[in-house]
Design a protein around this ligand. Structure first.
Ligand code: MLT
Length: 394
């Protein structure tokens, strides 16, 4: 008889953002007249910029002409996009080889799929709280998981120590959900720790474009030694509004070798077997993001979201609510007022302000008592949401 993957029984019933969406939909169907403002899942609201839509139109036209039509593309991405991503890194002083960039349909799939190339016997170290995909995908594989506590005591940026030895180490900077960003010195400590213990760092850089301080690293490959022990995950979802288009990339240097094997070769083998590449049209759109016009236009979108983050943090400061993030991140992380639990505050805000956020506990036990608001909404809606949040304090 068929046996199911028993590890799935160890997962929570539903994925964090599905639970949030279900609760909101239950609330709106019971209260049809209420105008709910969504600041929960980090989904963008600005439309695609002109450089991207022009590239999409051109690519669609190409696909409709017999001479320019494309079928299967290279699984690791077209050269034009891989070159554009390498140039993007080179502009920040990170030189990558031609075969060190792998294009995909997003960082969520990549961070989950990369686990295929690692033994299930490996131990895993995951920040707590953090983006829930790292934990859930490792539970699915049945790996042994250790947590590193991120809290106010360490600025939500845990550093390595001997008790944290593990084979696979997840880092996310700027962090989802807290918005905290590692500086070069701290990342250097992680790289030295990984090298000393024969570990790999899986570095989620999905929010790197929000870093506005040039002294803060946006890629782990800005750190010496990382080319031997790290894999980086990039995404255009938040940078360029690709949450619906889907495009991301993995940077895996050829120098990352374990048991004398290049991990890049294993990843290529995995991708060529299980993935048929990102759509040509989407890759053309992605390449446009890295063009000078695309950088300028998406830069304006990032500035818009940053302004929203400023509106949120200012309101919280006025209320005297402890918060962090928002400066180099689209997420603002706050302490639930009155000692409320994360889910209680979620219900409270939904019912009393018709504002949706994400309960910190959904990112791990370390997030209990905290709450995340995103700056990806429309500006007027963000202003209105914070006005309503202020009202709840009166
Ligand atoms: C989030 O809200 O944390 C993200 O939008 C989820 C994701 O990128 O998958």
């Amino acid at each position: 008889m068929l046996k199911i993957n028993q590890n799935y029984l160890n997962l929570k019933d539903s994925y964090l953002f599905s639970t949030v969406a279900r609760k909101v939909s239950e609330y709106t169907s019971k209260n049809p007249g209420k105008r709910v403002i969504r600041m929960g899942i980090g989904d963008v609201t600005l439309p695609l910029c002109e450089a991207v839509t022009e590239a999409l139109h051109t690519a669609v036209d190409e696909m409709s002409g017999a001479e320019t039509f494309r079928g299967y593309g290279p699984e690791q991405g077209y050269d034009f996009l891989r070159a554009a991503i390498r140039d993007y890194y080179a502009r920040r002083g990170v030189e990558l080889g031609e075969d060190e960039v792998f294009v995909s349909d997003g960082a969520k799939s990549d961070t989950g799929n990369i686990l295929d190339i690692f033994s299930r016997e490996n131990t895993v170290l995951i920040p707590n709280p953090v983006y829930p995909v790292y934990l859930d995908t490792n539970i699915m594989d049945g790996r042994q998981i250790k947590f590193m506590n991120a809290g106010e005591h360490n600025g939500f940026l845990p550093l390595p120590d001997e008790s944290l030895k593990a084979d696979i180490i997840y880092l996310c900077s700027p962090n989802n959900p807290t918005g905290a960003v590692y500086d070069r010195e701290s990342l250097g400590k992680w790289v030295a720790f990984a090298k000393a213990n024969g570990s790999i760092i899986l570095f989620d850089a999905a929010y790197e474009a929000f870093v506005s301080d040039p002294n803060l690293p946006r890629s782990i490959f800005e750190i010496e030694g990382a080319r031997e022990c790290a894999i980086e995950f990039g995404s255009l979802s938040k940078t360029a509004g690709f949450t619906g288009l889907r495009c991301g990339y993995v940077v895996l240097p050829r120098t990352v070798k374990f048991q004398e094997k290049e991990l890049g070769a294993l990843w290529l083998r995995r991708q060529t077997t299980k993935f048929n590449g990102t759509a040509y049209i989407i890759q053309r759109a992605a390449a446009a993001v890295f063009s000078p016009e695309g950088q300028e236009q998406t830069g304006r979108q990032l500035a818009y979201y940053r302004e929203n983050a400023g509106i949120i943090t200012q309101a919280l400061s006025e209320l005297g609510v402890w918060h962090t993030g928002g400066a180099h991140s689209p997420y603002v992380w706050l302490k639930c007022p009155g000692g409320m639990s994360s889910w209680d505050y979620f219900d409270f805000l939904l019912e009393n302000a018709n504002v949706v956020g994400t309960p910190g506990a959904g990112f791990g036990s370390g997030g209990e008592g905290y709450f995340r608001l995103t700056a990806f909404g429309e500006k007027q809606a963000t202003i209105e949401a914070m006005r309503r949040v202020k009202e709840t304090f009166r």
